[in-house]
Write a protein that binds this ligand. Structure first.
Ligand code: NAP
Length: 281
C-alpha cells in the first residue's frame, strides 16, 4: 500500500485564499488586520522564518511590521516595545520569534504580550484556556495539524492518537486539541521506554521531536495517518522530518511530506489566528 500524501502547500493555499477574502472585508470597514513580528539577534534561521511570516501577511493583505533588534537588546527595552504594541490599535497580533538571546527571559516576554494579541497561543492564559477546552488561540503548528486531519475527513473521535514529543509549543497543545476532538491520546517523550509499542497502536501518529528517522516503517500501524512535524537536515543538507518517509509511506494510509507538509500550515495558521483576532476586535 502506498499512502496518500497530505499536501500542506495546497491546503495552505486554500486556507490563505479564505484569509485574504476575510482580510479584504475587514479592510473595507477600515479595520485592516495587523501583525507585528519582533526578531532579536541575527540567527539566519530566524531571519528566514520572520521574512516568510511577514511576506505571507503582505500577500494576504495584512498590515505588517517587522521589528529587528540587535542581540544585545535589553529585556527591559523589549518589554517596553511589547507594551507599546499591546496598546497599538493597528496591531491585532504580536509574535516574538523564538529563541531569544540567553539574557532575555522568554517566559517573561511571552507573558508580557496581551493575551488577546498572542497569536502564537503561547501565553500562559491561552495555554490554560486550551487546557480547559475554551481556546482563544490554538498554537499554530498543532492547529495546522488539526486542519490537515479535517481536510481528509478523518474521524478523530474515538481514534487512538499518539503524539511523540511533549514540548509546550507542539506536543502538549497537539495532545489537547486531539483530546478535545475526541481521540484517546498518548503523549511520548524522551523517557518513553518502548516508543514502537505506542506508535504501532496509533491510528493518528503525530511526530514532533527534531530527531531524524525516529519513526521507522515498522513502528507505523498499517493504514495510519502519519503527521511529521519535525524539521531536520539529512546527510546532503536537505530538509527532512522525523519519520523515515520513503519506507513509512508504504505502510501508512496518509502521510505528510517534509518539506511541503506541516511547515506551510504553521505560517498559514498564524494568519488565521491574526484574522480571528482582528475579527474579534
Ligand atoms: P523540543 O522543544 O526540542 O521538544 C522535543 C520533544 O521531543 C521533547 O518533548 C522530547 O522529550 C521529545 N523527544 C526527544 N527525543 C525523543 C525520543 N527519543 N523519543 C520520544 N520523544 C523524544 O522541540 P519542538 O519545538 O517541539 O519541535 C520538534 C520538532 O518540530 C523540531 O524538529 C522542530 O524544528 C519542528 N517544528 C516544526 C514546525 C513546523 O512548522 N513544521 C513547527 C515547530 C517545530 P522530553 O520532553 O523528554 O525532552
Amino acid at each position: 500500500m502506498t499512502a496518500q500524501i497530505i499536501n500542506g502547500t495546497l491546503l495552505s493555499q486554500q486556507i490563505r485564499a479564505d484569509v485574504t477574502r476575510r482580510a479584504g472585508a475587514l479592510t473595507a470597514q477600515g479595520k485592516q488586520p495587523g501583525l507585528a513580528v519582533i526578531l532579536v539577534g541575527d540567527s539566519q534561521a530566524s531571519q528566514v522564518y520572520v521574512r516568510n511570516k511577514v511576506k505571507a501577511c503582505e500577500d494576504c493583505g495584512f498590515y505588517s511590521v517587522l521589528e529587528k533588534y540587535d542581540g544585545d537588546l535589553t529585556e527591559a527595552a523589549l518589554l517596553a516595545r511589547i507594551d507599546a504594541l499591546n496598546r497599538d490599535a493597528k496591531i491585532h497580533g504580536i509574535l516574538v520569534q523564538l529563541p531569544l538571546p540567553a539574557h532575555i527571559d522568554a517566559n517573561k516576554v511571552i507573558e508580557a504580550i496581551a493575551a488577546e494579541k498572542d497569536v502564537d497561543g503561547f501565553h500562559i492564559s491561552n495555554a490554560g484556556l486550551l487546557m480547559t477546552g475554551q481556546p482563544l488561540f490554538r498554537p499554530c503548528t498543532p492547529y495546522g495539524v488539526m486542519k490537515m486531519l479535517e481536510s481528509i475527513n478523518y474521524p478523530v473521535r474515538g481514534a487512538n492518537a499518539v503524539v511523540v514529543g511533549a514540548s509546550n509549543i507542539v506536543g502538549k497543545p497537539q495532545a489537547m486539541l486531539l483530546l478535545q476532538a475526541g481521540a484517546t491520546v498518548t503523549i511520548c517523550n524522551s523517557k518513553t521506554r518502548d516508543l514502537g509499542y505506542h506508535t504501532r497502536n496509533a491510528d493518528i501518529l503525530v511526530v514532533a521531536t527534531g530527531k531524524r528517522n525516529i519513526v521507522t516503517a515498522d513502528m507505523v500501524k498499517p493504514g495510519a495517518v502519519v503527521i511529521d512535524v519535525g524539521m531536520n537536515r539529512d546527510d546532503e543538507g536537505k530538509l527532512c522530518g522525523d519519520v523515515d518517509f520513503a519506507n513509512a509511506k508504504e505502510v501508512a494510509g496518509y502521510i505528510t511530506p517534509v518539506p511541503g507538509g506541516v511547515g506551510p500550515m504553521t505560517i498559514t495558521m498564524l494568519l488565521v489566528n491574526t484574522i480571528e483576532a482582528a475579527e474579534r476586535n
